[in-house]
Structures are given as C-alpha cells and as structure tokens.
Design a protein around this ligand. Sequence first.
Ligand SMILES: [Fe+2]
Length: 302
Amino acid sequence: MSNPFDLANEMGYRAWRDAKLAAYPRSVDELIVPLADPRHLTPSEIGALEARCTRANMAIYSAPHLPAADKSLARQLGQQLGLTRLEGNYLADEDGLSSITPASDEDNVRGEFIPYTHKPINWHTDGYYNTLDRRILGMTLHCAQDAEEGGANALLDHEIAYIQLRDVNPDYVAALMQPDAMTIPARMDEDNVARPEQSGPVFAVDPEQGFLYMRYTARTRSIVWKDDAVTQAAVKTLADILANSEYSLTAHLRPGMGLICNNVLHTRSGFTDSPEHRRLLYRGRYYDRLRFDLNTAPSRVA
Ligand SMILES: [Fe+2]
C-alpha cells in the first residue's frame, strides 16, 4: 500500500485513517498488559503488547508482584522489544536509564530541568531537540514509586495528532513537515551539553520504513516557530487539538507498571510527594522503534 502519510495520497490516507480511528483504544485500560515477568516475555505476552502498539504506538505493562524499584525490569523488557540503542545522557544513571524524581534542594543541575521538579509538563515527544540523526524513536517509563497525589501522564499516539490536524487542513501538516518549521535556539541542554541552534520538521516520514515520526513541544519558551502565516496557524491548531483531543488517554502508573511506546505525545500533571515517598520513574530513550519479531523468549514446545 502506498504511504498514508503522503499528502498526495488522499485515497490511501482515508482508508488508513478510518481503520486507525476505529481501532484506537478509547480507554487507557485497553492498553494494559499484565506480565508475569517483564525480563522474560512469553510469546503470548509479546503478542498482547504488539496488539496494543499496532493500535496506539504504545502499551502499558503491569507487574505489581515484582520489586518495582528493580531497574532490570525496564531495561530487559526493552531489550526483548528491540530497544537496545539507549541514549545515555549526562543525568542518566550508569545503566543509561534516567531516574526521574524531584531533585533535592542542593541538586542545582537537575533542579533546573522540569522533569526533576514537581511541576506539570505540557505535551511533547521526548528528545524533540535532537538532530534527525539522533531521533528518539522509542521511549519507556517504568514506575518504581508513584506520587502521593497527581503525576499522571496524558498520552496520545502521534499518528492521531497527525490525523486530527490533517482533517482540519492538510496544508497545516505540510507546513509542519517543512525542515525549518521548528527551531530550538542554541542552548545548554538537559545533558549539560552546549547545543547549537537547530531546525527541523514536526512531522517526518521515515524514508526507508515509512513510519511517521514527530518531534514537538507545546512549550513556548526556548522554541521558535517559522514566521509565516500557515505555520503559525498550524502550530496554534495543533496546540488546540492536543489540549482537547477526545483520543488522549490518561495513565496513572502505579509501582510495577510502565509505558513502552514509539515516542508518543505525552504530558505529566503536577504532583505532590514527600521525602519518605518520592515519586520515581525510570525513563529510557532509544534510537530504536519497538519490534515484536525478535523471539527472545526461551522456546517452548507447543
Ligand atoms: Fe517526556
């Protein structure tokens, strides 16, 4: 089939769009897959995760019976699903996963970045400031400890955002596919690395595999949108769509639960916790997309 993300392909787009919306989960519960042991997936568990990701580019696993703070759960789960090229950042732990938890008052480095505070985080995909050769295609979030109150994640498949925007006006999609649609000014990033100014598209189609990739932030600081009328209108419309999308699903990850996804759009609500009960999530950012054909589980005789 020709690529539905091709703006010239109206017929193919219509067919794909209708099937996508019909299959899209309308409750977060439809995303949840209980796992006996995330470190050793069974073929049926892999199938169940694949079914969710086919519909929504994401799945939520649940293994509350295992020690939630064990980082190997998230790491080994990802490995079995093709997530191997982990972006190791400056603030990440030795194994490359980042411990997302409010920084102590003395930790000035982490405390400067919103993920390490109690503040809400608006719609974004991870690594939106990366260059295209370092695209974050896969993302995992494992909950070791949830907040006392708040800290939920709203989730939206970026393909749905694409559909909702294209349905309003295909010219808006075209505008956000321009290589200079979005510019991140030169800055020091979360990795404490000086990054030069860099521009790129919001929506891009992978030239080889044909999947849709999205880099986006609803933040208005530290981001410059192309200064023409259609791009400005597209950005405003997309922000409105995200703020009101009937397709957005809200997950409150409990200890032992986690998200695996092809870097879908997400938010975080503000939260409260205490020194005795710190919210702690392990986040992995990967240069890989999820795959379900690796058959890493020990073979079982049928
Ligand atoms: Fe994020």
